[in-house]
Design a protein around this ligand. Structure first.
Ligand code: HEM
Length: 379
């Protein structure tokens, strides 16, 4: 049988053979397939494509990964639930308003990326973890340093400072708990002796890393989309109730600067843990499987006129937050802050627009799709 064109043999970014899954139905189906895992079944395999859940080091063992993942999700899900995020909403709104004040104070033109998009997710994670206001500047600086992979000494220093700080914070919260994720985890540790302070610090650091770069990229992407689609922006300004749809459409839609370049294929990646027959193709145990998420988000059989950015669509079942066992745990939190941010930005700055032609906005290479290095705006 010939493999369907939804499951194709391709090369991955390093030129190695891989499978590419496309089409909304197949991407959705195979993302939820437990035979595709983020760990490689062969212990000798040198490459890891993604982190196994949030519990640290590589495990060449799909079953071990699954157990880790289930444990991590069970611990974090109550702290990140929709109900919990609603109670966080007023604090998130205060953070957004303060950053928009800062944008206003800096004067037009200003860099929306540096003043708003970049600090917002880290400050919200500080709120989520219960990092006190006086420690936030240091905490945010260390997390920036920790990600400087091209400067290993700086990255190591940042990571060590973060780690030391998390240890102190956990110790403090053991005595004076409050309404935050670290206090929740300390409570969970009373019932689960396997959850050590190191385990709690791992989860907290994992949230910081998982919940920063993609949110910055989505804020930049959303702002660029709204600034370049005036009728959609005006619709949102007139009717803030469109915020939920606007955010889902921003998740679905590719960044306008990526549209100027070759489309990226392949987003999320997995390894087959056993041989899998699918659509006439035989995916062998150990094969790499990549998912064309952006293409799935533009599948005509699911989205009418998919290349049109339209915040009033009725249903937007995009796959940008993944699907199945790894579905993004921060989805509610991301929605709460993005909905408020986009509505407030245009309420506060009704004449907000790009300060330079779109072609001058540079994407950050090798970063999450949508990330830019600066986003100059005027109002
Ligand atoms: C708004 C932007 C965000 C995007 C586009 C995004 C996207 C994703 C995607 C695609 C995955 C699944 C990866 C996979 O299937 O291999 C994921 C997982 C995850 N995300 Fe998000 N995310 C966002 C925001 C957040 C935030 C704000 C947090 C937390 C504060 C967060 C925490 C997590 C965690 C903990 C996982 C791991 C789930 C697992 O492995 O089971 N994310 N995210």
């Amino acid at each position: 049988m010939t493999p369907s064109n939804r499951i194709q043999r391709v090369s991955d970014t390093q030129g190695r053979a891989a499978w590419l899954v496309s089409g909304h139905e197949w991407v959705r189906e195979l993302l939820a397939d437990p035979r595709l895992s983020r760990s490689h079944p062969n212990p000798e395999h040198p490459v890891r494509l993604t982190q196994p859940g949030l519990f640290g080091g590589p495990i060449p063992d799909p079953e071990g990964e699954l157990a880790d993942l289930q444990r991590m999700r069970k611990l974090l899900t109550p702290s990140l639930s929709a109900r919990r995020m609603e109670s966080l909403r007023p604090r998130v709104e205060t953070i957004v308003d303060a950053l928009l004040d800062e944008l206003g104070r800096s004067g037009s033109p200003a860099d929306f990326h540096t003043i708003v998009a970049f600090p917002l997710p880290a400050l919200v994670i500080c709120e989520l973890l219960g990092v006190p206001a006086e420690d936030r500047a240091d905490f945010c600086r260390w997390q920036i340093e920790a990600k400087q992979v091209s400067r290993p000494a700086v990255a190591r220093g940042g990571l060590q400072s973060l780690w030391r700080y998390l240890g102190t914070l956990i110790e403090r919260k053991r005595w004076v708990g409050s309404d935050d994720v670290i206090s929740d985890l300390l409570d969970a540790a009373k019932r689960d002796p396997k959850l050590t302070d190191d385990g709690i610090a791992h989860l907290a650091a994992g949230l910081l890393f998982a919940g920063h770069a993609p949110v910055v990229a989505i804020i930049d992407r959303g702002m660029l989309l709204l600034l370049t689609h005036s009728e959609q922006r005006e619709a949102l300004r007139r009717d803030p109730a469109l915020a939920a749809g606007a955010v889902e459409e921003i998740f679905r839609f590719a960044s306008p600067i990526e549209r100027l370049r070759t489309a990226r294929r392949g987003g999320l990646t997995r390894y087959a843990s056993v041989d899998i027959e699918v659509e006439g193709a035989t995916i062998r145990a150990g094969d790499t499987v990549m998912f064309a998420v952006q293409e799935a988000n533009e599948d005509e059989s699911v989205f009418s006129d998919p290349k049109r950015f339209d915040i009033t669509r009725e249903r937007i079942p995009h796959l940008s937050l993944s699907h199945g066992a790894h579905f993004c745990l921060g989805a509610h939190l991301a929605r709460v802050k993005l909905q408020y941010l986009f509505v407030r930005s245009f309420e506060r700055f009704p004449r907000l627009r790009l300060a330079v032609p779109l072609e001058e906005i540079q994407p950050v290479r090798d970063a999450v799709a949508g990330a830019v290095s600066r986003l100059p705006v005027i109002w």
